[in-house]
Design a protein around this ligand. Sequence first.
Ligand code: MG
Length: 411
Amino acid sequence: MDQIVSFSAPRTQAKPPRTIVVLGATGSIGRSTAEILCGAPGAFTVAAVAGGRDALALAAMAKRLGASFAALDDPKGYAALKEALAGTGIEAAAGPEAVIEAALRPSDLVMGAIAGTAGVRPTFAALEAGRTIALANKECLVCAGPAFMRQAIRSGTRLLPVDSEHNAIFQALGDSDPATIEMMTLTASGGPFRTWTREQIAAATPEQALAHPNWAMGPKVTVDSAGLMNKGLEVIEAHYLFGIEPARLDVLVHAQSIVHGLVAFTDGSVTAGLAAPDMKVPIAHCLGYPERMKTAARRLDLASVGQLTFERPDFERFPALRVALDALNTGRGLPTVMNAANEIAVEAFLRKLISFHDIARIVEEACEAALADGTAREPDSIEDALALNHLVRERTRSSFGTLDGASLLTN
Ligand code: MG
């Protein structure tokens, strides 16, 4: 009889290290990735690291991880990077092409953790080259989902979701038959404004929006989380990543951030992914996949959590979620439009040019305008998606011209 489960299968001898490329090495996910890599000496070799503008932080990360190659997106940082790496034997390069070169260095896994649309081209290059990708960049799917997923299928590439909700759903899915999936649910912590009134949220300051109760993340995603826009972006990602229709995707507000994602099946069974709210858990899952690593990530102690609560999202208080779900349902390139307008609106909010609720209003107006004048149509390629993204960003930015002369275009 076949053995179904064995808890005592003999361990094979030490395996050769896995070769990793870390794109976005100096950001929040990149730093957590480095902690996991450093906590598993001998298990990984780092072929390349890439960062945005901070040459010294990238050099420090390259040295810490023993990387062979360090690529900085900003060409102006080349001299500082080269000087900081002098004598280490680590190759230095700068400019967007250097980041793509980093993505293409031979590896077993590419951690795609560059924030924003800057991450689309390098991650796509790795995808075209057939690399396994741990995907932490949202824009690959939200801005360019159809083209990105078509290429993933063409390349036969495995996409491992790093985001906690998608990673939980990926784990909860196991090897189930897609036809048996009735519903996928992503949870949202509700952010710092979960219990606030609509009026209080409308008057929220950037400082208040950046005070997330459960997760430590970069400023863009933290502001997105405060308005539940982040959950809308994640539902769009789940639609493309798992190939599931929008009507089968659901959002639940779950303040404790313990249950990250659930899958309901046609027989009434529900499986869920649980973990302490620590990004190192899904990162380690991706780095070790299909095996499991041993890490020092936070452990879940349900008895000390005590209660898990769930509630439906309130679209009145969190209109950004409705705007994002409407964009997904309408399709025709609106996820790309919505994402681009949101990036500019969030930046305007952080610069105190607009109120918190103006973010959702500006995004909705951008979607309406793009539908009305025909600029909204599903992008066929990455280049189409980035062109539409650029057009909408410019348009949205120009609408702030009368408010302030400062440039809002930072990436
Ligand atoms: Mg998330």
